[in-house]
Design a protein around this ligand. Structure first.
Ligand code: AN0
Ligand code: CP
Length: 317
């Protein structure tokens, strides 16, 4: 595997989940695979889980790791070609990327949607420049439109905790004060569709996601109806995708917050969220602290999804 941004990059999903369980049961077994190989993780945005879990996964594989926070200590980077660079950015991404490629064997990139230009975001302009100019395998650590390491970890978690072969999985929008990207729900939808779950997406009108990710999922605008019989409730906020509202907050309606009353509509569902989460906006204290909450096992599985992805990349070097 040379690039990782979509569920298609991982090939057979059942085989990938099986490999994840194997890696989880003997995570130091592959220690020689990464010997003298260097992972460079590049962050344009903040992170707790991605930073720690991916570094841990690389260390499990015997790799060396360099972490660069572009906004703290590195030169500010211009990303547009053709700009007269007389402003506050002393370096261009077009030099910075091949230079970074000189010092490593694999590159992970975190670069959120900027909400300045929908086309640039949805064409993954930043990630694709890394793919084109670094000369190295590149994987997404949440880019403008996708967060596949998260969705892979989410799927591993669902497979661990499900009690029926084909669970009902509900992705629900929930309120948040600031505009957030669509990357997490996009990827979660893409991966849940690929897994063949009974998959429902619920959100207020105006929050429709890109149909390339929604695929065959059922969309239900009545959250209570959507939650009926759910085995897993996956909450997430996202900002609007459609039309001129791209990147806007259209609602902070707290009747969409996941509470004990909402969870009572489900089939004793497990609660999931990728974290970080704003309590009592997205989910009540009671629900996130309940024994049905999977947020911590989900975060723990980020180490496993990252290790499978790095392992596959190392095997193909
Ligand atoms: C980010 C998002 O919603 O995409 C990262 C989630 C993993 N969340 C925030 O910026 C709060
Ligand atoms: N879930 C997730 O990616 O968390 P971080 O933003 O902390 O990395």
């Amino acid at each position: 595997m040379r690039y990782f941004k979509s569920v298609n990059d991982i090939g057979d999903l059942n085989a990938a989940v099986k490999e994840a369980f194997d890696v989880k049961s003997r995570r130091f077994y592959f220690k020689n695979l990464g010997e003298n190989k260097t992972l460079l993780m590049i962050f344009f945005n903040s992170s707790l889980r991605t930073r720690l879990s991916t570094q841990k996964a690389a260390m499990n594989l015997g790799m060396n790791v360099i972490v660069l926070d572009v906004n703290q200590g590195a030169w500010k980077l211009e990303t547009e070609r053709g700009v007269v660079m007389d402003g506050d950015k002393p370096e261009h991404l077009l030099e910075a990327i091949p230079v970074m490629g000189c010092y490593c064997d694999v590159i992970g990139v975190r670069s959120f949607a900027r909400f300045e230009n929908k086309t640039d975001d949805y064409e993954e302009k930043i990630l694709n420049q890394f793919i084109k100019y670094s000369g190295r395998p590149v994987f997404a650590m949440e880019t403008a439109t996708v967060h596949p390491l998260q969705s892979f970890a989410d799927l591993i978690t669902i497979e661990e905790y499900k009690t029926v072969q084909r669970p009902k999985v509900v992705l629900t929008w929930a309120p948040h004060p600031k505009a957030l990207p669509q990357a997490v729900p996009n990827s979660f939808a893409e991966w849940s569709n690929a897994a063949g779950y009974d998959f429902v997406i619920t959100h207020p009108h105006g929050y429709e996601l890109d149909e390339r990710f929604v695929g065959a999922a059922r969309v239900e605008y009545d959250q209570n109806k959507a939650l009926e019989g759910a085995d897993f409730v996956y909450a997430k906020n996202w900002s609007a995708y459609v039309g001129d509202n791209y990147g806007k907050v259209l609602s902070t309606d707290r009747s969409w917050t996941i509470t004990t009353e909402k969870m009572a509509l489900t089939n004793n569902a497990s609660f999931m969220h990728c974290l970080p989460v704003r309590r009592n906006m997205i989910v009540s204290d009671e629900v996130i602290e309940s024994e049905r909450s999977l947020v911590i096992p989900e975060a723990a599985n980020r180490e496993i999804s990252a290790q499978v992805v790095l392992k596959r990349i190392l095997e193909s070097l």
